[in-house]
Write a protein that binds this ligand. Structure first.
Ligand SMILES: C[S@@+](CC[C@H](N)C(=O)[O-])C[C@H]1O[C@@H](n2cnc3c(N)ncnc32)[C@H](O)[C@@H]1O
Length: 340
């Protein structure tokens, strides 16, 4: 695995690697491999289950708050796109530095210069007394932080949403945070008007904070909520618990491992971004397999930005599809699975 320009600059800024290293959101595992090659004890956490699955054996942590961080000498962090996700990581690392068994924990965070903003320095500055930017090199830049300020953690956090009657929990990087997204709101209004009264087995694909899953669970559906993101599935678990609801929660990519014809309903506000790129390929792959996991007559309710070509995809992958709601930005469709 050849480190890219960001990883190379991070490794140079980190200096001689030694001791215990924690690597966060190492999408291509290059930093993890480099720290292992330097002879360090290494653990790694990736929010996305697809990246986590590609980590070298024995390095993977299941949670960013694993106690390992308190004994680490160095944390290497690929800067996330979301400021909330960055803040979530900063508060964990700074909290660990404050209670560390080894003093002097350093955070070395790197990204591509075009994706970096001064606000990222401010987020680091809230949690660390020293924040030092590197010079740019090969379109990459690194921020090195140390010395915890003792600032109180702000994630995960909760908010009551009276419009859906739910208390919602979210970690920093979760889509829409504790807010109700406008597309999700349109889908919920359409479901409230048109969803059949006989509850069965349902899935919320890409559950985020769990609003759709909990809305269905409250109406008697046996719901499985799934997401590729650890922050999302942990948030959904918290949202379900806060509302006294039972929701099965799985961290997985699309419908991986879901038995054929095992669902009566799928609801989704699917993603169309992966990382910083606007890439709808994983979403199209998930929609394409939806027909197979629905029982004949099962329904797929989906909301998406109206410019996206999902209606045709749903019609061919699931079955007859019609538009049930629409506003200036979003389209809600209902597809009925045909026997296959
Ligand atoms: C637009 S958000 C919707 C979140 C939530 N359902 C809501 O309505 O607020 C899409 C979610 O899909 C998740 N996601 C992205 N790619 C995925 C994949 N391949 N499989 C499952 N979930 C995915 C993202 O992490 C994100 O939480």
């Amino acid at each position: 695995m050849n480190p890219d320009a960001v990883a190379r600059l991070m490794l140079d800024e980190a200096g001689d690697l030694a001791g215990r290293v924690l690597v966060l959101d190492d999408a291509d595992a290059a930093l993890t491999h480099a720290a292992l090659a330097a002879g360090c004890e290494v653990r790694a956490f990736c929010d996305d289950v697809r990246a986590a699955a590609a980590l070298p054996p024995g390095t993977r942590l299941d949670s960013p708050a694993d106690p390992y961080v308190r004994s680490a000498d160095l944390v290497l962090l690929r800067l996330p796109k979301s400021l909330g996700a960055l803040e979530d990581h900063c508060q964990t690392v700074a909290g660990a530095a404050a209670s560390a068994t080894v003093p002097g924990l350093r955070l070395v965070a790197g990204g591509r210069t075009k994706h970096m903003t001064p606000t990222q320095n401010q987020v680091l500055g809230r949690y660390f007394t020293q924040v030092r930017p590197s010079r740019g090199r090969d379109k990459a830049r690194v921020l090195t932080a140390s010395g915890p300020t003792g600032a109180a953690p702000r994630w995960p956090r909760s908010r009551h949403l009276p419009e859906v009657g739910l208390t919602v929990w979210a970690h920093g990087g979760v889509f829409a945070g504790t807010r109700l997204d406008a597309g999700t709101a349109l889908l919920l209004r359409a479901l409230a008007e048109g969803l059949r009264d006989a509850p069965g087995r349902a899935a919320d694909l890409g559950c985020g904070s769990g609003i759709l899953a909990c809305w269905l669970a409250r109406r008697g559906w046996a719901v499985t909520a799934s997401d590729v993101s650890w922050a999302a599935v942990d948030s959904t678990r918290r949202t379900a618990a806060a509302n006294g609801l039972t929701v099965a929660v799985e961290q997985r990519d699309g419908f991986t491992g879901v038995p054929p014809a095992s669902l009566d309903l799928i609801v989704s506000n699917p993603p169309f971004h992966q990382g910083a790129a606007k890439d709808s390929t994983p979403t199209l792959a998930a929609l394409t397999t939806a027909g197979a996991v629905l029982a004949p007559g099962g329904e797929f309710w989906c909301v998406f930005n109206s410019h996206l070509p999902y209606l045709q995809v749903l019609a061919s992958a699931v079955g007859p599809t019609r538009i049930v709601a629409r506003d200036r930005h979003y389209t809600v469709t209902r597809s009925v699975a045909t026997a296959r």
